[in-house]
Write a protein of this length. Structure first.
Length: 304
């Protein structure tokens, strides 16, 4: 068994990072963490704080905290922003910072934006957080850390009633997590993630807007994941929606617009697979703030 254990640990260390991006159920309200071309598209200084607890009730389940800020410049062709995040899964902790630049081209009915993000990831693996029944030399308390630069690229089109985008993250595919086995170090590698998204805003009446949208995520060595969402904006104040995720999950989403500046969102993920009996779902809380620093450019309501 001791001969097999190093091989098993190495396999887990290299395969567990096939999907390395944090999951967000409320991506449709803030796409900066998925597509850097989104920077400045709300035409105001926009900040979003998201706190996500995934698979509540399972020890070591993912916990993610992010802050993103973006805005247009006085040069209407340019949007800038950044986001910082902390993503913890069991003994692993990933923290990062991404600065964003987007160049926007005016089209007859919308804008086409090309965005680039650059920053870094800092990854820590703490063996002290692994509990085993019969400890041996493989589980001596150590902490491994790795610093990696990172870059993302995205193209994003938007108008008052539609959006679409494609993006790729972790372009550099640098070495990432590290594990020591019998005195030898082995690294997993950042994998490129590819995203496609699109959505529409369809007026049903003066007080009801229907917004279907989808997000497609692909990364090598992992199943294709698709989110299909249907949301309604009621009286320009309350969003209510539901998402079906192809890993057999339903997501219930709501957002409250308090005036023209403050937004509060919540989502609950219900899993319909083998996880349903082992966790209490996933909870995601979001706080958004819009400030019109350039004056007279804020539009109400905003659909994307």
């Amino acid at each position: 068994m001791k001969k097999l254990l190093p091989v098993l640990l190495l396999f887990l260390a290299t395969s567990a990072f096939a999907q390395q991006d944090a999951l967000f159920s409320q991506y449709m309200f803030n796409k900066l963490t998925v597509n850097p071309g989104y920077a400045g598209s709300r035409e105001v200084l926009s900040a979003d704080l998201v706190d996500r607890y995934q698979w509540l009730g399972i020890d070591g389940a993912p916990k993610t905290l992010t802050l993103s800020v973006h805005a247009p410049l006085r040069n209407s062709h340019v949007g800038v922003g950044f986001y910082i995040y902390s993503d913890q899964i069991g003994p692993t902790l990933e923290q990062g910072f991404e600065a964003t630049y987007a160049y926007r081209i005016n089209l007859p009915k919308g804008k086409l934006s090309f965005g680039l993000q650059a920053g870094f990831k800092y990854f820590t693996f703490d063996w002290n957080k692994i509990l085993v029944e019969d400890p041996d030399y493989m589980f001596e308390g150590t902490q491994q850390s790795k610093f990696s630069p990172d870059a993302n690229f995205g193209i994003y089109y938007y108008s008052n009633h539609a959006f679409a985008g494609i993006s790729s993250k972790q372009l550099l595919q640098n070495q990432y997590g590290m594990v020591n086995v019998n005195g030898k170090s082995a690294y997993s590698r950042l994998m490129r993630h590819f995203y496609g998204m699109g959505g529409l805003a369809l007026p049903i009446s003066d007080k009801l807007i229907f917004r279907p949208s989808t997000l497609i995520k692909y990364v090598a060595n992992a199943p294709l994941q698709v989110d299909i969402n249907a949301s309604f904006l009621i009286n320009e104040q309350v969003w209510l929606g539901m998402t079906y995720r192809t890993e057999h999950a339903l997501v219930f989403i709501t957002e409250f617009n308090i005036g023209s500046k403050l937004r509060i969102g919540y989502s609950y993920d219900l899993y319909l697979n083998e996880l349903i009996n082992n966790n209490k779902g996933s909870h995601e809380i979001r706080l958004g703030l819009d400030i019109d620093m350039l004056r007279n450019r804020m539009l109400t309501p905003r659909y994307f």
